[in-house]
Every structure is written in structure tokens, then in C-alpha cells.
Write a protein that binds this ligand. Structure first.
Ligand SMILES: O=C(O)C1=C[C@@H](OP(=O)(O)O)[C@@H](O)[C@H](O)C1
Ligand SMILES: C=C(OP(=O)(O)O)C(=O)O
Length: 431
């Protein structure tokens, strides 16, 4: 583990960043390219550890995948032509890879074994293996297929009618990907609308799917055809610079190429409610997903309450929103976010413990946290828990601390944002 001392000396931030590819869309571009018949070309692919784990899994299934920087080409004869992998499929630190692969492999005609890193081995998988078993899937794994390693014996699946108990795009996507191979019409109903990249990509690859409010219908047996995918920049990565621009005095940042799918833009709504100076400009059609440019300038901020249906639209941004709240006037309450406990680490505990070390006035609750601001922050030794989003939260905090911040593991950031420090250094105003 590489520890890193962050000593920027309270700079201001100025400049323009090209935000790297969306992690969720990058994973799905490979998965759909492998399921589809023909050639799929991907532009703007995120070459991060998580997305490379997805490529590695599909290479082991015999799919021809070539990577040339942000361009990827996938050639497949369709899901029924996959090879039975001779090796274990390693999903690394990626919950998305693990859960979506379980859905895909369940209805394939291969047998395989999935395993992830130490963090993945603790993350709950029953949320996908239970509903998939109801469709006929065969899994063997610890505690009734709650934890990896999990063995999957692909089989013919039946459709089902499923009311989701949690707001999770990974659960929804695993079921929809299984439903594509199942006999009959599957109906999935969400508790709250979560990111809809799977639904959008199904349409983009030629499938018919209907979405009405929180109910999604998909009939199995539809064949996907290879196509071209333009991956927008990741708003969850842009979020770190949106918050940096808002809290670091005298800053002006322009973020280009940002994915603006409305199921992901909760962070923009929150920044606006808190009084941030932020502007959005949509690009004309470039991708099957909305994208555009965001501009942010530092300003005085006020507290807010975050809970209910907005939570899935900003779930990965809560660590950086907590830092934002330390600089806002008043009491910010984040609730209905118990899902944070089953991410790369328990993000409620990690955020509260680490921001406290920096001097924040923050407490944890059963389903979130309460933050009182504004508070001047000081340097400290921060533990990332191997969680990329905690590492980046600490790095952005270091821009406003009175003394240096040390993070114990800088490498984990490459799970989602390999050129994070390069981009951060490029906007530190040297004058
Ligand atoms: O479907 C996806 O690509 C993701 C869904 C979310 O997880 P949950 O579905 O567990 O909420 C999110 O936290 C994760 O980073 C990516
Ligand atoms: C939770 C995350 O990803 P995953 O679930 O794919 O590991 C994340 O990127 O914050």
C-alpha cells in the first residue's frame, strides 16, 4: 500500500477537465458487447481497475476484446457461443462486475466460479442470488450463496414478477440481464428509481423494453446486435471536482464530457440547494446517454436535508457531499442511506471517523449522518479502508486543511479514477 502526503498549501483551483468515462456505463458496454452478436465498438471507455476486471472476466469466457486506450472493440458470436472458462473469474473490488455477472452467467450455457478481493468477499450477494434462484438459477456459495466465491451452473431460466426490496441498480440489472435469457416476460418493480443504464443500453443494442414509472418489463429470448457505444464522463468522478470548486475559495472549474443521465444527477440538485454557483450546458446528441459541461465557482454554502427518492441518484457521492456539508452554514442531515453500509467498506462509519479526524462536527445515525458547519479543517492521517471514494474525499479535503493530510492507500483510487491526481494537479492554480 502506497501512503501519500497531500500538501497543497490551501490553493485555489482554476481550469478545465475532461472527465473520464462512466464506470457503470463502461462495465455494461463490455457485458452487452459480449452478449450481443457481432462487433461492438466503445469510445470513452474507463480504463480503471474495476472496468478492467470486467474485461478480464469476459476474456476468460473466450470473447475477443481489444483495448486501445479509451477505445475498445468486442467481437462475439453471442452468449450461446461462450467458452466454459478454465480459470476462476476474478471480479476484483467491483460489486457491479460481481452482481451483474451473476445475472448474466445464471442463464448462460457455461459453468463458472466467481471470486473477488477481500472487500467483495464481505459484500452481500443474496440480494441477487435469491431472486435469480427464483428464476431457476443454480448457485453454490458460502451461506447459501450470500458471499463469493460463488459457483454458477448456467441453465434455462424462467421469467418472474419481482418487487425489489432495496433501491439498487445492481440488483435490477442482474435480474434484467438474466431475464433476457429467460422464457417469458419478467416484470421488475423498484422501490425508488435507481440508475437506468441497463435499460438504456438494452434499447441501444436493439432490445424492446418498457419502463412505466418504477415498473420495467422485458421479454426473454431477444437477440442483441453489436453496435457503437459512446461512454459519457462519470458524474460520480466529476462530483469530487464539483465539490472542490464549491468549497475551495476563489476557484472556477469547467468539467467537460459529464454524463447527465437524470438518474445520476442528485449531486447537482444538492449543490444547487446548498447555494453553490453551478451551471449546466447539455451537449447536442453524442451518446445514447445525456451529457454536457458543468461549471462551478466557489460561493457561500448553506446546509440541507438529503433523503428519500434522491438517495439512489447520489449514493456514491455521499462521502464527498459529507465533506461539502462541513463547509456549509447550518445542520445537514443525510438519511435513508443505509445502503452505504454495504459498499466497498461501511461508508457511514468510514466517512464519520475520518472527517472527525480532520476536525469536522459530524455524527453517524442508523441510516446516514448529521453534519454541523462550517468548520475549519486540519490535517490528519486518514485511513481509506481501501475505498477509492474515501481516498478521493480525503484528497479534496486536503485542499482546505491548515496542515497536510496523509492517506494510507493512494492506489485504491484507480478502482474508478486512475488519473485523479494528475487531473487535480492540473487545476491547482500556481499564481
Ligand atoms: O449499477 C451500477 O453500476 C452501480 C450501482 C450502485 O450500486 P447499488 O446497486 O448496490 O446501489 C452504485 O453504488 C455502484 O457504484 C454502481
Ligand atoms: C459502490 C461502488 O462500486 P461497486 O459497487 O461496483 O463496487 C462505487 O463505485 O462507489
Amino acid at each position: 500500500m502506497l501512503s501519500k502526503v497531500l500538501n497543497y498549501g490551501q490553493p485555489s483551483l482554476k481550469g478545465t477537465l475532461q472527465i473520464p468515462g462512466d464506470k457503470s456505463v463502461s462495465h455494461r458496454s463490455i457485458m452487452f458487447g459480449a452478449i450481443a452478436k457481432g462487433t461492438t465498438t466503445v469510445e470513452g471507455f474507463l480504463q480503471s481497475d474495476d472496468c478492467l476486471a470486467t474485461i478480464d472476466c469476459f476474456s476468460k469466457l473466450g470473447i475477443d476484446i481489444s483495448v486501445d486506450g479509451e477505445n475498445v472493440k468486442i467481437i462475439s458470436e453471442g452468449i450461446n457461443a461462450w467458452n466454459e472458462p478454465k480459470e476462476i473469474l476474478y471480479t476484483g473490488n467491483s460489486g457491479t462486475t460481481t452482481r451483474l455477472m451473476l445475472g448474466i452467467l445464471a442463464g448462460s450455457n457455461v459453468s463458472s466460479v466467481l471470486i473477488g478481493d477481500d472487500s467483495i468477499q464481505k459484500r452481500p450477494m443474496k440480494r441477487v442470488t435469491e431472486p435469480l434462484k427464483q428464476m431457476g438459477a443454480n448457485f453454490i456459495g458460502r451461506e447459501n450463496a450470500q458471499y463469493t466465491p460463488i459457483a454458477v451452473e448456467g441453465t434455462k431460466l424462467q421469467s418472474m414478477n419481482y418487487k425489489m426490496p432495496v433501491a439498487s441498480a445492481q440488483v435490477k440489472s442482474a435480474i434484467l440481464l438474466a431475464a433476457l435469457q429467460a422464457e417469458g416476460e419478467t416484470v421488475v418493480t423498484e422501490v425508488e428509481t435507481s440508475r437506468d443504464h441497463t435499460e438504456k443500453m438494452l434499447q441501444h443494442f436493439g432490445a424492446e423494453i418498457t419502463v412505466e414509472d418504477k415498473t420495467i418489463r422485458l421479454t426473454g429470448g431477444q437477440e442483441l446486435t453489436g453496435t457503437h457505444v459512446v461512454v459519457p464522463g462519470d458524474i460520480s468522478s466529476a462530483a469530487f471536482f464539483l465539490v472542490a470548486g464549491a468549497i475551495v475559495p476563489n476557484s472556477t472549474l469547467t468539467l467537460k464530457n459529464v454524463g447527465l443521465n437524470p438518474t445520476r444527477t442528485g449531486i447537482i440538485e444538492v449543490l444547487e440547494k446548498m447555494g453553490a454557483n453551478i451551471k449546466t450546458e447539455f451537449d447536442s446528441y453524442k451518446s445514447h446517454e445525456e451529457m454536457g459541461t458543468l461549471m462551478v465557482e466557489s460561493s457561500s454554502l448553506k446546509s440541507t436535508e438529503i433523503g428519500g427518492e434522491i438517495i439512489p441518484k447520489l449514493i456514491d457521492e455521499i462521502p464527498i457531499i459529507a465533506l461539502l456539508a462541513t463547509q456549509a452554514h447550518g445542520t445537514t442531515i443525510i438519511k435513508d442511506a443505509e445502503e452505504l453500509k454495504v459498499k466497498e467498506t461501511n461508508r457511514i462509519d468510514a466517512v464519520v471517523n475520518e472527517l472527525k479526524k480532520l476536525g469536522a462536527n459530524i455524527i453517524s445515525t442508523e441510516d446516514g449522518m448529521i453534519i454541523e458547519g462550517p468548520t475549519p479543517l486540519q490535517g490528519a492521517e486518514i485511513k481509506t479502508y481501501g475505498d477509492h471514494r474515501i481516498g478521493m474525499m480525503a484528497a479534496i479535503a486536503s485542499l482546505i486543511t491548515s496542515s497536510p493530510v496523509t492517506i494510507d492507500n493512494a492506489e485504491c483510487i484507480s478502482v474508478s479514477y486512475p488519473n485523479f491526481f494528475e487531473q487535480l494537479n492540473s487545476v491547482i492554480d500556481k499564481v
